[in-house]
Write a protein that binds this ligand. Structure first.
Ligand SMILES: [Zn+2]
Ligand SMILES: [Zn+2]
Length: 271
């Protein structure tokens, strides 16, 4: 079945190509049951993809207006995708996604997911890929355990440029120990948190399978973690991108149900 939902979408308020209303219309035309606006939050430094602090108020106002327009037609929820370093929002959003896109040394920030060149600068600055991975998962845990987080975004984003195992083998024991350890630490305190299966890197041509990698997905399933499918769409023509691929992939991992966020909360549905 088609999940007909995503809580992860970007617009011209951050690094997306289309306006909030173009995104909502595209989801509605696909027959979506629920759709979430999740602009990148503003950041205490310049990364390029973030929403400017002065825009957050109009983001909320415009989103709330669109939510009203679609009342009775499609459920739209208003959220934010927070980075590890985002300032705590002073508004009660319908949902919050916690994601790690940047790691930092004492005085510099490095993008994990921008391009290979940046990723290699990051590895150099941290003295090796193992240090990068360790730092990434430790940030992921701290960020996910902040107050009011509903969804853990693309948990193994650190593998974005590793589709051909150029930087590490994602089946190596040291790697799996770090990612499984992070999952355990999050679930211990937040067994209700929802981990996303994210097709965003497929739509942008970086990967042929969603996040997370299969061993990670299987581990999440074994631990009984709640999972949801999100497209992390940055344009109106990728709202449900690769959902068919993702569903096959999920079934291959033995997953039988997923969660979908509605206005009343998360609902479990069979796939
Ligand atoms: Zn993200
Ligand atoms: Zn995103």
């Amino acid at each position: 079945m088609n999940l007909l939902s995503t809580m992860h979408s970007h617009s011209t308020y951050c690094d997306g190509k289309n306006t909030l209303s173009e995104m909502a219309k595209a989801a509605y035309d696909l027959g979506f049951v629920s759709f979430g606006f999740s602009s990148h939050s503003h950041l205490p430094y310049k990364a390029g993809y973030e929403m400017k602090m002065e825009k957050e108020k109009s983001y909320r106002e415009e989103a709330l207006q669109i939510i009203k327009e679609y009342d009775g037609k499609m459920e739209i929820l208003l959220g934010l995708e927070l980075d590890a370093d985002s300032v705590k929002p002073d508004f009660k959003y319908d949902f919050l996604i916690s994601s790690v896109h940047q790691l930092h040394t004492e005085n510099e920030w490095y993008a994990v997911d921008d391009n290979k060149e940046q990723f290699e600068r990051l590895i150099k600055a941290f003295g090796g890929i193992k240090n990068v991975v360790e730092n990434f998962y430790s940030q992921t845990v701290t960020a996910a355990l902040r107050e009011n987080i509903d969804i853990v975004g693309h948990i193994d984003l650190v593998g974005k440029f590793n589709a051909n195992n150029d930087y590490f083998n994602p089946n190596d024991e040291w790697y799996l120990k770090l990612v499984f350890g992070a999952i355990d630490a999050i679930l211990e305190k937040r067994p209700d948190i929802v981990f996303e299966v994210n097709t965003g890197a497929i739509s942008r041509g970086y990967r042929t399978t969603p996040y997370p990698d299969l061993p990670v997905l299987k581990y999440l399933a074994k631990k009984g973690a709640r999972l949801m499918l999100n497209s992390d769409t940055h344009a109106a023509d990728t709202i449900d991108y690769a959902y068919d691929i993702a569903l096959d992939y999920l079934k291959k991992a033995g997953i039988k149900t997923l969660y979908r966020l509605r206005k009343f909360g998360f609902e479990e549905i069979a796939i």
